[in-house]
Design a protein around this ligand. Sequence first.
Ligand code: NAD
Length: 490
Amino acid sequence: MTRILKNFINGQWCDSKESKVRDVLNPATGECLAKVPAGSKEDIDDAAESAHQAWWSWRNKPPTQRVQYLFKMKQILEKNSDEIAEICTSECGKTFAESKGELARAIENIEVACGIPTLLQSDFSEDIAVGVDEYYIRQPLGVGASISPFNFPVMIPFWFMPYAIACGNTYIIKPSGKVPRTMNRVFELFEELNLPAGVLNMVHGGKATVDAILEHPYIKAVSFVGSTPIAKYIYKTGTAHGKRVQALGGAKNPVVIMPDADVDATVKIITDSAYGCAGQRCLAVAIILTVGKAGEIFTEKIIKASKSKKIGNGMTNGVEIGPVITMESKERIEKLIQKGIDDGAKLLLDGRNIKVPGCEDGNFIGPTILGSVDIESELYKTEIFGPVIIINNVDSLDDAIKLTNDSVHGNAASIFTTSGAAARKFRHDAQAGNIGVNIGIAAPMAFFPFSGWKESFFGDLHGQSFHAVEFYTQTKVVIERWHDEWTRKF
Ligand code: NAD
């Protein structure tokens, strides 16, 4: 019988109070891997109660003691990295190497959060008046929660959770219902941590669970990552309930290629960026803007490199592109491609209708390239989230920057050039929060904030690094008066 996943609340595994479940499918084979509860408000009530009860004694532990659990966490993930990556690939579809890569990014955040004793340090002003000093301290908020998307089952909760608990909050993780087994396994492995019960909880579920998180009075801060419409909803609803919210949304990232860019390096980096994780990355290249002669120099070479990509089950050696997450997703992407063609785009490479031997029930789409795409069309404006790129030629760097800035999204933008002046102008003028110069995936290391802009982010403080620390703490200012004459003479 297929296993029904359980929640982890108050240090114990327990059944969801909702009996409805959904299938978790392997996107490469269609095999049912597990069943995940649809979730309920009652599950969140239990988790929030347990996290709230655990909070006071957890926040009173010195940060130096709290981070000891994080050092162990890192070791557990490293020791079990192959197993975790294999589970991730089986339910998410990305290649085994990509799964190992995302786990490394999760671990990197734990490492940065281990520096909490230093990151929590604050400023002190002596003598703001005679015998009076002022300083501030950072204190935790209470219970925090993360709600994550399907495309990085392990990494994304770690943009938030290690910082939150290191700062003295307790936490609830709600994984994506499409890929719940990876985090489930991580929680099984984390039992070895012997964290105090209630400090770290996991609740499976969908909308009912998310709505309960957004409304629960004990939950003070919510970190969301997912599509833009849901990010907007989360931000609006969570803040209306008095919570801090950081909501990371969708993307449609432009990449500008100047005629002077290094040809081989640019083609390799861009095609790796566009097709890695089957294009299901919020930092993936989606639109290539070739400037002037770059169109002639690069277009054919990008098509050729795209054709050479190996598609298949992410567990097979040498595979570079796995399936997209669901059959509905595949159909949605194929419809968008057709709509683009109907609206006048030139089909330069067609990845529809490909067959992968041995994976006939998988959700595969091959690299697809469309040229001369109308900038007002649905294909140009919609986040495709698949191995599909648009190549449009523009006359100048100014035109490319204008198109970049006209986008409603602002997650990332890159330029490929050997001109320092062009790179500087792009970095200075492009309206996106993560900028790459000769970089395909401008993913900030854990010691920098993940800085999406515009409709790719709703909130003030981003995930990772000092932003995560500020998000999961509140400042308390203290003003102290100590007169000299009160000095006791012993
Ligand atoms: P999604 O928005 O469908 O789901 C994200 C989370 O929201 C899931 O946990 C899901 O259970 C929950 N959810 C879905 N519908 C809901 C509703 N109506 N009410 C309340 N909760 C709901 O996103 P997805 O398809 O899982 O992930 C892909 C999206 O995530 C893409 O748009 C991608 O760009 C984005 N993403 C953004 C970043 C970033 O850093 N900005 C990173 C990764 C993914």
